[in-house]
Design a protein around this ligand. Sequence first.
Ligand code: GLN
Length: 211
Amino acid sequence: RPVVGVLALQGDVREHLAALREQGAEPVAVRRPEELAAVDGLVLPGGESTTIVKLAARFALLEPLRAAVRGGLPAYGSCAGMILLADRILDAPPDQETVGGLDVTVRRNAFGRQVDSFESEVGLGLDGGPLRAVFIRAPWVEEAGAGVEVLGRVVGGAADGRIVAVRQGNVVATSFHPELTGDRRVHELFVDIVRRHLAERAGCAHSGAAG
Ligand code: GLN
């Protein structure tokens, strides 16, 4: 079973651990560099990105996180996790650092300061039709680079058409919180990416040994 970590510095860690277990992964909480080094994929949960990134720096995890994602470790960020994975962020404190790896510009609290949480339909580029999504002080993707696949957009309302789910190679991010609803398609996609990545690596190791 693929071992999938959840960055457990702050935020809704338990919900992701449960969702990953449902998808057949072995979920583990990640707080230390040694724990990060032992996972086949990593979820960056929702919470408060300013807090998470400060804690990551304090726990000596920020550089290892950057190196891991740059090195191809599958990563999935939801809400604050999306902000952490973005290469560029708007409406953030000027000194807010990111892990990066996703060629997007993300706007924090994009749906309006007064908008705390709401549900909306998201048109999803995955089998099974639209998804009922929960947004909590959520960001959106303001701009996506050419190599970024748009997986989901808001349907209807003032934010109609806004990009809220993306994928670039092994990196997936959503503005919303699929771990809080019963729809497991995003976690299913992510665990699938982790499995493929593992299989590819095993293939390389195998051919390396044979050659
Ligand atoms: N607004 C939060 C941030 O900037 C994200 C909210 C969330 O993860 N639910 O980090």
